[in-house]
Design a protein around this ligand. Structure first.
Ligand SMILES: [Zn+2]
Length: 264
């Protein structure tokens, strides 16, 4: 077994690897995950054996289901459990069960900015990781609809002075429609260059992805759209946070500079 596989992989996602043919030769790597008892990241060690339901230590491992019990090294109270299937040709494994349930890791910045919406975003990530594109798309679209007003408001800070009046006017018009695409349409051409990596307009892309939406019929096609929406939201939110922080840093260093000068 592999640390990354145990820590990161969602249920039924195949992990390609070479599995030893005998149960007692399968590695038992320590893993680092959150302990619900200690309340933070801890090292967990495997405390059972792969062959516990077999007659022999060296029972064949091909086409078998195994259980892995991991205990927190620190408190020795909290345990995590994984149920893993080993392929007949010993060339991949996947989890078919996990306790506590698998949770996808989310960008900390994004999580705090999204606040109450972060649960919806997380559901989108889960759908995406399972290949459920239609579900992922629906969740990301929902988030976009919920945060679009705040998002467009926040962009105001990044607009150059000479364009601010024009942007605010457009922003005012966005409040008169409830259709997300229409809102985006009103302001997308006024984006500052800092929000246009390589000249690409993220709001323009967001607009077309949302419009195309669930007309894309297959999970695979929706997965692509969903992934674009996710990347754009992440990019915009991170850019807004970053420029706010650098603006704050700038103001603070100016302030201390001026204070020093006035002391002279
Ligand atoms: Zn613990």
């Amino acid at each position: 077994m592999n640390k990354e596989f145990l820590e990161e992989y969602s249920l039924f996602r195949k992990f390609t690897c070479e599995v030893p043919g005998q149960m007692n030769s399968i590695p038992q790597p320590p893993i680092n995950m959150v302990c619900r008892h200690c309340g933070d990241m801890q090292t967990f060690n495997m405390i059972n054996n792969y062959w516990e339901f077999q007659d022999f230590m060296n029972s064949p491992s091909a086409d078998q289901k195994v259980r892995l019990l991991y205990q927190c090294q620190s408190c020795r109270q909290f345990t995590r459990q994984f149920d893993v299937y080993i392929s007949p040709d010993l060339d991949y494994v996947y989890k078919f069960g996990q306790y506590p349930e698998w949770e996808i890791k989310m960008d900390k910045n994004l999580e705090s900015v999204l606040g109450k919406h972060s649960k919806t975003f997380r559901k989108g990530l889960v759908c995406e990781s399972q290949g459920y594109g239609i579900g992922a798309f629906a969740y990301y679209r929902r988030i976009t609809e919920e945060i679009i007003d705040e998002l467009l408001d926040s962009i105001t800070d990044l607009i150059a002075e000479e364009k601010k009046v024009e942007y605010k006017l457009a922003l005012h018009k966005t409040k008169q429609t409830r259709v997300t695409q229409d809102k985006i349409d009103l302001v997308k051409d006024l984006l500052p260059s800092i929000l246009k990596p390589n000249g690409m307009n993220p709001l323009g892309v967001l607009h077309s992805e949302l419009s195309e939406g669930l007309h894309a019929e297959s999970d695979q096609a929706c997965l692509e759209n969903a992934n674009h929406i996710k990347s754009i939201l992440t990019f915009l939110i991170n850019q807004i946070i970053q420029s706010r922080e650098s603006a704050k840093g700038f103001t603070e260093s100016m302030k201390s500079l001026l204070e020093k000068k006035s002391k002279k």
